[in-house]
Write a protein that binds this ligand. Sequence first.
Ligand code: FES
Length: 117
Amino acid sequence: MVSEMTSGTGGAPGIKPPWHYAAEESDLKEETLHLVELEGKGIVLIKEEGQIYAFSNTCPHARCPLDRGTLEAHVLMCICHGRRFDIRTGECLNDRLELKKVEWKLEGGKIGVKIEE
Ligand code: FES
């Protein structure tokens, strides 16, 4: 597991508000927690087995940053108290918590994420 961070830049063709350009799909490494900061919000992007996932970077347990956690075999473990989340569903494997999913889309190799107010 490795964590990387980039700041999103304004826009890209086909990605207009409320969508925001987040990253090049080709820049996402497999099994890496990739943090992007957009509109003051942290979003963690993950690519695993070719599938892309996007979540708020805030752990639903006590708001720790998820990008500092670890990722292995579809399971993201929060660094603070060890809650484990299945990234395929967002569900917590320890209790009834759930990761906050972020809508994303792919346009010409660019990942756009939808930022809600
Ligand atoms: S803040 Fe993530 S497990 Fe407690």
